[in-house]
Design a binder for this molecule. Structure first.
Ligand code: PGA
Length: 245
């Protein structure tokens, strides 16, 4: 399966940061994986123009559950698609925790993203205490059941497994732990989507960097990575992309 490497800039990036996309274009043109950069909303249009004609797709980091309406300050899937986004991250743990997004919210957002023609990267992951209690598989199974809406398929979703305790901490699960969770996500996807569940890309996210990417990307059922901090600089992100190629 062709791997997908997605960069999540989070609330970082000004117009000057678009130089990173230019630099990335220069080094990853022959990469044998799919590449997505998710800058903040304010840069999506400019990033789309800059990446035009390259193998870099642009994504958003969130969208509203409704396509339009009286939701002051929010941004819809249709709006980000209109300015060139093709992907959207939905249900990142920072949204689930800081914006109280539930699985039901996530599923509604994914449906709206699909209506706008976007591919949704749906994030799931356990907290440290849930892992310590031996409940990681159960938690992720529940999140997936609640977060994947009707109409989902391998052509319009990817799943990102991001242990909450591994995000931005420099900590990562062991390769065995990653393999266990990805295998259980695969089983659940097959149960839910039948044969097509085998084709859905399952990304690992949480402290991925150039020094650990190759090992993580070799684990069974790891079909890509969702990268935060190490996606901000083209040089670091390019190394991860090349590890996937
Ligand atoms: P990190 O973030 O790579 O900085 O740990 C990953 C993410 O939150 O998607």
């Amino acid at each position: 399966m062709r791997k997908l490497i997605a960069g999540n800039w989070k609330m970082n990036g000004l117009a000057s940061s678009l130089a990173e996309i230019e630099a990335l274009k220069g080094t990853t043109g022959t990469a044998a994986c799919d590449i997505v950069v998710c800058p903040p909303f304010t840069l999506i249009e400019k990033a789309s123009v800059r990446s035009n004609g390259s193998n870099i797709a642009i994504g958003a980091q969130d969208c509203h559950a409704h396509i339009s309406g009286a939701y002051t300050g929010d941004v819809s899937a249709e709006m980000v698609a209109d300015v060139g986004a093709r992907f959207v991250i939905i249900g990142h743990s920072e949204r689930r925790v800081l914006h109280l997004e539930t699985d039901t919210t996530v599923a509604s957002k994914v449906t709206t993203a699909h209506k706008a023609g976007l591919t949704a990267i749906i994030c799931v992951g356990e907290t440290r205490s849930e892992r310590d209690e031996g409940r990681a598989v159960e938690i992720i199974d529940g999140q997936l059941r609640g977060s994947i809406p009707a109409g989902a398929s391998s052509s319009n979703i990817a799943i990102a497994y991001e242990p909450v305790w591994a995000i931005g901490t420099g900590l990562i699960p062991t390769l065995e732990q990653i393999e266990e969770i990805h295998a259980s996500i695969r089983r659940m996807l097959e149960e839910r989507l039948g044969e097509d569940g085998r084709e859905v890309r399952i990304l690992y996210g949480g402290s991925v960097k150039a020094s650990n990417a190759a090992d993580i990307l070799r684990v069974a059922n790891v079909n890509g990575a969702l990268v935060g901090g190490a996606s901000l600089k083209a040089a670091d992100f390019a190394e991860i992309i090349l590890a996937a190629s």
